[in-house]
Design a protein around this ligand. Structure first.
Ligand SMILES: [Zn+2]
Length: 427
């Protein structure tokens, strides 16, 4: 067993329903086989478990591992394409790079860069938007298994609008998804996610094929994009003759294991469908700002009862850090004015941890509670950095968590564990 000593903060109960931050100063978590079996004051646990291995994480803050519900594996190198709206950004930056993953050797390099970037950001679980090539996904799942991270991902499929090399057919999409799913779904910490790119690049037949593929992989997740950009939405509505959410829902693709990214411009009846299915919206505020897509209507999602979690949407988003993403979410809500939701540190930590874990179907992830997995990050900024100053002079632990979101970034993450094992790549 291992005793982790430090100052811990998590948010086990929904702060949008009255939950508050929980903190433990100079505390200890006793971890056995990756599971937290005791938590309490350091002095107490140290006295009762003398002789156990001790990992000293004093200085800084220990948080639950972060959960990224929307991030693109092929886009790690195209971060920073600033000043373009969505459809131009896709054409000029993202899609040319995605085509390069046809080369499995290149895909392996990108997979390692991507997974290393997730871990260094303190992200321990992720729903990953994959590549358009089955060979690139085979490589990715192999690398993801070796990373130790909790990863759900799948082959991205499209059969129209995109450049030719990125297209498939409905029959091929089913065959590839089922083959990858049978090989990797449920292996270690990996799961399969059926992933049409978005309805703009999918025929109705292909979306039907996605439902068929998912039925053949029991427990598979579903993910895609929805209502991100006004031009995109108008084209989808014209093509399908229904609202955007309906393009997925009419094939039975939406349920409690479904995550749709963005949803910036939903109709009320779309929110009602999402709430009724229990599907989660991945809110990606950094990407929404970078691409000028809009300010997320969080209040309407909360009022309608639609679950919301955070996503980085790299590379439309510009950082793997869900701390920065949380800050951007708070800024975006402030800018909405009267119907914005004021987001404090408890909300941000919830959105970056438990909310995502629920969306991904990971009930024992997202908190530092007894019985849960020890998935955690140690935020320990360089001495003398602004965050270091902020943490040392925080008013209390709640203020410290607020400072972590205001000032924290990937460079401040000094340790990351999944199931009690370190997953931080060597420098
Ligand atoms: Zn995306």
């Amino acid at each position: 067993m291992t005793l982790f000593r430090g100052t811990f903060a998590d948010c086990p109960e929904d702060p949008f329903a009255g939950g508050v931050l929980r903190t433990l100063t100079d505390g200890a978590l006793l971890v056995r086989d990756g599971v937290i079996v005791e938590r309490g004051p350091w002095a107490d646990l140290a006295a009762r478990h003398a002789g156990e291995e001790v990992v000293d994480l004093r200085g800084g803050l220990v948080l639950p591992g972060l959960v990224d519900t929307h991030v693109h594996y092929p886009q790690v190198r195209v971060i920073g394409g600033l000043g373009l709206p969505l459809l131009d950004w896709l054409d000029q930056r993202a899609l040319p790079e995605e085509a390069r993953l046809a080369d499995s050797g290149y895909a392996r390099v990108i997979a390692r860069e991507f997974l290393g970037s997730l871990a260094r950001a303190g992200t321990t679980s992720a729903l990953v938007f994959g590549a358009h090539f089955a060979s690139a996904m085979e490589v990715f799942f192999g690398e993801a298994a070796a990373s130790g991270l909790r990863i759900a991902a799948g082959l991205v499929v499209s059969d129209r609008v995109l450049p030719g090399p990125l297209l498939t057919s409905p029959d091929q999409a089913i065959a590839d998804a089922v083959a990858l799913g049978r090989r990797w779904h449920g292996v270690g910490r990996l799961r399969y996610a059926v992933t049409p790119r978005f309805s703009l690049s999918c025929s109705d037949t292909l979306l039907g094929a996605c439902a068929e593929a998912r039925a053949a992989i029991p427990g598979a997740l579903f993910t895609s994009h929805v209502n991100e950009n006004h031009d995109e939405v108008a084209r989808v509505v014209a093509d399908f003759g229904t609202h955007y959410v309906g393009t997925y829902d009419r094939h039975g693709l939406l349920d409690a294991r479904s995550v749709l990214a963005h949803n910036l411009h939903p109709r009320d009846d779309e929110l009602a469908v999402l709430a009724g299915r229990g599907a989660t919206v991945a809110h990606c505020p950094g990407s929404n700002a970078a691409l000028g897509s809009g300010l997320f209507p969080l209040r309407r999602h909360l009022d309608a009862g639609v679950p919301v979690a955070l996503g980085s949407d790299v590379g439309g988003g510009v950082s793997f850090s869900l701390l920065r993403e949380g800050l951007q979410a708070a800024f975006g809500q402030q800018l909405r004015g009267a119907d914005g939701v004021r987001l404090g540190p408890a909300h941000l930590l919830w959105l970056a941890t438990v909310a995502g874990a629920r969306a991904l179907g990971l009930p024992d992830v997202g908190t530092l509670s007894v019985g849960g997995q020890f998935d955690a990050l140690w935020l320990a900024p360089p001495s003398g950095s602004t965050l270091d100053i902020g943490l040392r002079h925080a008013l209390d632990e709640t203020d410290a968590v607020a400072k972590a979101f205001a000032l924290g970034d990937t460079g401040d993450v000094r340790g990351v564990w999944v199931g009690g094992r370190s997953v931080l790549p060597a420098a």
